[in-house]
Design a binder for this molecule. Structure first.
Ligand code: NAP
Length: 300
């Protein structure tokens, strides 16, 4: 039987509706409006498109939002000063510095300058540490892994006691999703294995997974025969494998493929995310969720 297709587009829309209500309630009861600033240095086209998407969503949800554009030749000290200004601004609950930053600016130094309580991307070592400790210590979850967990939970997949295999160990996807799924608590409590380029018998590890999360950035890495029948497969990979003419716009657009051979895998898996339309739409939504959480935490 063909797998259930987990639509990130639909689940993200559902979460955004929930957030819209929460924002309206917070405003009415406490007079607090979630505030998000996105700082863009330079005009890298991909970065411009990412921050535009974030600002558009923030606006739709009723946030107070600022798009702060800075020149590519801004001095590191001035950028640090700007971060400090937003750290002190009580109307701002989330600060996002769009990466990559131009050469000559120390990214780590800038990200570490963000007040951990406003670090809605969850890149600050303090928040990473809180995630490791788990329980009530954990505040924000990094956006892509948080989106992955929502997709799994909202699709009705049992996580407690499930064998979760994560392919990839990056700091933005592999490691944090492994940490999230191993926590004691709802929507987690799984037995987690992480595989990477140093792992042996990748196929056997993957085949043992009730929930297989693939974040390698290698198109078609996971073969259909590596998938346990009925497993839930979350394909995080987004790989440009060519270009095609868009019927809608008449322009050339990239052809995107995941890390899993979707057409064959959907005949074996119990549930699977498509690429595009799976994990992708969740990331911005979880950034908004973190900003709402930060605003809530600011209410005394
Ligand atoms: P990354 O930093 O390049 O990390 C990739 C990880 O996969 C590394 O840990 C690497 O292992 C492992 N890996 C690579 N090739 C492998 C192989 N042949 N066998 C086993 N492991 C392998 O990438 P990332 O930032 O985590 O992103 C992964 C993918 O997710 C990319 O396609 C990216 O575009 C996509 N992504 C999507 C979203 C979204 O919102 N949809 C967000 C973030 C990322 P080593 O550590 O041993 O090198």
């Amino acid at each position: 039987m063909a797998a259930k297709i987990i639509s990130g587009t639909e689940i993200a829309a559902q979460i955004r509706e929930e957030l819209k209500k929460e924002v309206a309630e917070m405003k009415e009861k406490h007079g607090v409006v979630p505030g998000l600033v996105t700082i863009l240095v330079g005009q890298n086209p991909a970065s411009v498109s990412y921050v535009t998407g974030k600002q558009k969503t923030a606006h739709e949800l009723g946030f107070y939002s600022i798009q702060d554009n800075q020149p590519a030749d801004i001095l590191e000290a001035d950028l640090l000063g700007l971060v400090d200004k937003y750290n002190k601004d009580p109307k701002i609950h989330g600060i996002l510095v769009q990466l990559p930053l131009p050469k000559g600016i120390n990214e780590k130094k800038v990200l570490n300058a963000i007040d951990p309580d406003k670090d809605v991307d969850c890149f600050h070592p303090v928040n990473v540490g809180r995630l490791v400790i788990g329980g009530e210590e954990a505040r924000f979850k990094p956006c892509t892994p948080a989106g992955i967990q929502e997709l799994i939970v909202r699709s009705g997949v049992e996580t407690s006691g499930a064998e979760v295999v994560v392919v990839g160990r990056s700091n933005i996807v592999g490691k944090p999703i492994a940490l999230i799924m191993m926590q004691k608590g709802k929507g987690a409590n799984s037995t987690v294995t992480v595989v990477h380029t140093g792992s042996k018998n990748m196929d056997q590890h993957c085949k043992s997974a009730d929930i297989l999360i693939v974040a390698a950035g290698v198109p078609g890495l996971v073969k259909p025969e590596w998938i346990k029948p009925g497993a839930c497969v979350i394909d995080v990979g987004v790989n440009r494998v060519g270009e095609k003419l868009s019927e809608k716009t008449g322009k050339m657009v990239p052809i995107l493929k995941g890390d899993v051979d979707f057409d064959a895998a959907k005949e074996i898996a119990g549930a699977i995310t498509p690429v595009p339309g799976g994990v992708g739409p969740m990331t911005i939504t979880m950034l908004m969720k973190n900003t709402v959480l930060s605003a809530k935490m600011s209410i005394k």
